[in-house]
Design a protein around this ligand. Structure first.
Ligand SMILES: Nc1ncnc2c1ncn2[C@@H]1O[C@H](COP(=O)(O)O)[C@@H](O)[C@H]1OP(=O)(O)O
Ligand SMILES: [Mg+2]
Ligand SMILES: [Mg+2]
Ligand SMILES: [Mg+2]
Length: 292
């Protein structure tokens, strides 16, 4: 059976935007119902509700689609409104065999920061892989204003979406680099899972500036929008759902994501933890490094 990838991305985009509404509403309610899956590994009612919503929306159209989501769900739900297949109707259809696809869902990336009220880095990530390679991704960032910038005023939170299909220009990104940073090497890495391995990588790269922030999607987006040249996380803890969507969008922009040894990440692997960590390089990284 074949599936039109453009329709799948349309549905993912709409479901991700609806997820932004769900996340904001739960945040405003103040009842996050935080539980711990492990040390430093929280989950909230928003993570669970959003994943149920996305899985249910995808299942309406493609009951056979293989889906790997971060959270363990007891039962699915039926969405009250069917997401549209036609959001991206201006693109030509891209037919692919459904059996070759896996959809990776991170309903809420940067849960820890979400529980602490540091909401700018929160994102819903939906990545699509085909035969092990990321081919499309949708990211939705709920807590930003209409310009896509972080803002304190909760009244102005409208959210923004970024999406891309490899081979087609990415939608929703811009070059955000500050002029004074043009000649610097800027490295983004974890705020809350910093350890010796991460520190060693930072020392080796010797960046001019280190940004420590929460969320895999948030830091990958920094590379995509040129706020950082490289994102390193050479340690355990990151899973395929954290990086599939950012990886696809980065690839669509000409960037690269590998494990720290420089090898490809295979999304068809049955094991879902990416044990070696990840390293994301910006398209202009090689040029920047050569100047040193
Ligand atoms: N040790 C870990 N345990 C659980 N999740 C992790 C761990 N390390 C990274 N992650 C996931 O990767 C994201 C990026 O890590 P960091 O914020 O440290 O840079 C986290 O927000 C978390 O995703 P999630 O919030 O979806 O559980
Ligand atoms: Mg989590
Ligand atoms: Mg995550
Ligand atoms: Mg998550």
């Amino acid at each position: 059976m074949s599936i039109n990838l453009v329709e799948l991305v349309s549905v993912c985009l709409e479901l991700a935007e609806q997820s932004g509404d769900i996340i904001r509403n739960i945040y405003r309610s103040g009842s996050l119902d935080v539980k711990y899956k492990g040390v430093d590994d929280p989950v909230t009612i928003a993570d669970i509700t959003v994943q149920k919503h996305i899985v249910a929306g995808l299942r309406c159209y493609w009951p056979e689609l293989r889906i790997i989501g971060e959270e363990e769900l007891q039962i699915g739900e039926t969405p009250t409104v069917l997401p549209s297949l036609k959001r991206l109707a201006s693109y030509d259809a891209i037919e692919v065999p459904l059996s070759e696809l896996i959809v990776f869902i991170d309903p809420l990336d940067a849960t820890r920061e979400f529980t602490l009220g540091n909401v700018q880095c929160v994102m819903t990530l939906i990545g699509i892989s085909r035969r092990g390679s990321p081919i499309a991704g949708v990211i939705h960032q709920p807590f930003v204003d209409v310009a896509g910038d972080a803002c304190e005023n909760a009244e102005q939170w409208v959210g923004r979406s970024v999406y891309g299909i490899v081979g087609i220009p990415v939608v929703g990104v811009r070059d955000r680099r500050q002029p004074e940073d043009r000649d610097k090497i800027i490295l983004a890495t974890t705020a809350s899972h910093y350890n010796e391995q991460v520190d060693r990588a930072v020392q080796l790269i010797k960046p001019d500036k280190v940004i420590r922030a929460g969320g895999a999607g948030f830091k990958a987006l920094m590379v995509i929008e040129r706020l950082a040249d490289v994102y390193v996380f050479p340690t355990v803890g990151m899973k395929y759902w954290d990086i599939c969507a950012p990886h696809a969008i980065l690839s669509a922009c000409g960037g690269h994501l590998t494990n720290p040894a420089g090898n490809n990440i295979d999304y068809s692997d049955q094991k879902i933890e990416n044990k070696d960590g990840v390293k994301i390089k910006d398209i202009n990284d090689a040029k920047t490094m050569k100047r040193r």
